[in-house]
Structures are given as C-alpha cells and as structure tokens.
Write a protein that binds this ligand. Structure first.
Ligand SMILES: [Ca+2]
Length: 379
C-alpha cells in the first residue's frame, strides 16, 4: 500500500468539516493513523522522543504502509467502538517486537527481538469509544505484523478500519460456559467419568500435598446435580499417579502408584466401592494405561518398569507381560529429554495413550506433542 501524503489527509479533514457544517452525520474514523520511524532498535523505543519520517492513514494495520524492510518502527492508532461492555481479547503476531495499548494501558506485550510470535491479552471494555495504539519495530531479517481481536467468537479477526468491534454472544448450549469454581475435597490427581455422569477423583495419602504416611487414597464421587461429594476413600492402595483406564462395564481400574507399586484396584460404579485386583508383574508409577478393543488393559511406559509392558485381562484377573511391545525407543527419548538442559519435558513421564480405529495406538506427552502416532500395536 502506498502511504498517503499529508495533503490527502488535509483534504479529508476539510471534507469532514464541510459535512459537519452542513449538519450531516459525521462518519466514524475510517482508517488507522500511522507513523513510520527510521532506526535500529532492539526493543520498542520511546516514541515521544522520535520524529516520524512519514505519516498517513491506512485501512489495515500492516507493514504495507512502508517500503522499508529493516531498521524501522511503526505506530498505528485508531478509535475503537465497543458495542457492549465485556471482555475483548487482542493479539499481535510480530517479527520483531510489538505492543498493543487500549486507552493507554498495555494489553498485549510482544516486545523484543524475535521471529514471528503470537502474544495475547484481554481487557474489559465498557460500551463506547476507546483509543487503540499498536507499536511495532523491525530490526533485521524477516518482518511480520498481524493484529486482531475476538470476543465470544472463537476465531480472531482483524480490527476493522472504522474501529467498530463486533461482540458475539455465543450460545452456551453450543459452546459451553464456565461456571463458578467448585471447592474440591482434594487435589484431583486422577479423575474418571462414571456411566451415570458422576465423576470419580482421587489424590493420595494427602488431600493437598505430595504423598507421605501410610498407604491410603483420598477419593470422592462428585455428583454434578446438586454439586455434592460422596467420600469413597481407599485404605489399601495409594493410587497417586497410577495408570488408569475404564473397562466396558464402566469399572475403573487404577494400576500401580506411589511409591512404585504393583497393586491394582478397581472401582465399581454400581456399588461405589474399591476392590483389589491381581498385582502387576512390574512395579509401575506414573504409568500409561489404555483399554484395548477386546476390553483388556495395556499398561506401559511407567517409572521403574523400564521398557516392559503388560496386559490385564479382567475375565481371568491376570496380568501378562507383552515382551514384543518393547518401549525402549520411548524410554530413551524420555531419558534424553530429562537429561537435556532446562528439560521442558521433565513432566512428560506420564504419557497419554489413545486407541483409534480399533488397531492403532497413539502415544503423546503432556506437553501436547504427539511423539508416536499410528504405530500398529505389536505384542
Ligand atoms: Ca526481524
């Protein structure tokens, strides 16, 4: 986009004055005002001490207002109009740094030298007008600037040139709605749905701290109707970070736990009681369990079990090792992550598993990255 020369803006102002003088409605500001600055910055400068090399108006917040590709900075301003009082979320995606201010307050801080990077920030806007200011700088290399907002709409959209924001009230029946915080009787380390809509959750020997003391598990069944809790503690198995899965019948199985246990417990949703099942072959803590299509449970990738996995058959209450499903590749990968400086995957010991298409097992870490997918299970 070619920058408009100041003369054009003067003409626009003259036209606006004529319209006002003739008592016609004054249109809202139709564009962003922008300023272009020349300079090599490592972070956003204090613009009040600088003189722009160009100014103008643009229908979008974009790098097209200048032909410069390195060592420059931009400021965009506009008047926003919020139709409804509510929370509005803004984002910038920039290379290098950017910041977004509403009414002079910082809402999105994306400053610094970096590649294209998204940062978001939310603020409550009262119905009516507000001032928008977006600052950006580019030092060298690539350059990116995108700015947008969203309200109820799950998608971001560009801020329109006239500053008129849309407020979309989503139907909670379609998208859900967070309710007030519910005071839980323990830190729910594990949770499982019961067939009737109630939720089983448990912690360990402690309700709100790392386990210590005699074997015990604080457990509750939460009923969302009336938001009540029923105490269902277990006094024979500390299921802190056990591997868990649900059988076809709705019975929940917790295997292993603190500290590196072979014990296995089942929770019967019909009687709301815990029962002891057969012990596993291996000690397992932070295990990954998944129910297979034949209603057996595969237990794998647990602390202390190394590369060994095993399978539980509820029909015979027996655990059988699965030596062909060697987990050394993932164990080595996990060890490498944990040995790296500042190991971001340190908490990735307990992987999740998901069965898909009847025959494929997906494994992933809690850091949202699927590490292994689509591998045919081989026992
Ligand atoms: Ca850059």
């Amino acid at each position: 986009m070619t920058p408009q020369r100041p003369r054009c803006r003067r003409l626009a102002l003259l036209l606006a004055g004529l319209l006002a003088a003739s008592s016609m409605a004054l249109p809202a500001s139709a564009d962003f005002d922008y300023e272009v600055y020349d300079g090599s910055f490592d972070e956003l400068p204090v613009f009040s001490g600088l003189t722009p090399i160009a100014t103008g108006q643009s229908s979008t917040i974009s790098l097209g207002v200048t032909s410069q590709t390195d060592t420059f900075a931009l400021v965009f301003t506009n008047t926003l109009n919020a139709p409804t009082t509510g929370e509005y979320e803004f984002f910038t995606n920039s290379d290098d740094g950017s910041r977004l201010y509403i009414d002079g307050s910082l809402v999105v801080d994306n400053d610094g030298l970096h590649g294209a990077r998204v940062r978001t920030g939310a603020t409550t806007l009262t119905a009516g007008t507000h001032t928008l200011r977006v600052e950006f700088f580019e030092k060298t290399g690539g350059q990116v600037l995108e700015v947008g907002y969203k309200t109820g709409n799950p998608d971001y959209e560009p801020i329109p040139a006239d500053g008129q924001l849309a407020f979309i009230q989503l139907d909670p029946a379609d998208y859900g709605l967070w309710g007030p915080v519910i005071t839980w009787p323990h830190i729910a380390i594990s949770a499982a749905n019961l067939p009737d809509g109630r939720v089983l959750s448990w912690s360990s020997t402690e309700t709100n701290a790392f386990p210590s003391g005699p074997t015990f598990t604080h457990a509750s069944v939460f009923d969302p109707v009336g938001e009540s809790f029923l105490n269902v503690d277990s006094n024979f198995h500390d299921m802190f970070c056990a591997g868990i899965s649900t059988l076809e019948s709705g019975v929940i199985v917790a295997a292993g736990g603190n500290p590196s246990d072979r014990r296995t417990s089942s929770f019967d949703p019909a009687t709301l009681t815990w029962n002891a099942l057969s012990d596993m072959n291996d000690l397992r803590w932070y295990g990954t369990n998944v129910t297979l299509p034949d209603n057996t449970i595969w237990a794998t990738f647990a602390k202390d079990a190394g590369n060994r996995s095993e399978r539980y058959d509820p029909a015979t209450d027996t655990w059988t090792q699965t030596p062909n499903a060697n987990m050394q590749t993932l164990v080595s990968e996990q060890s490498a992550i944990n040995a790296a400086p500042n190991p971001s995957g340190a908490l990735g010991q307990e992987w999740w598993a998901h069965m898909a298409e009847e025959s494929f097992l997906w494994l992933g870490t809690p850091d949202t990255v699927i590490k292994k997918a689509g591998k045919k299970v081989a026992w």
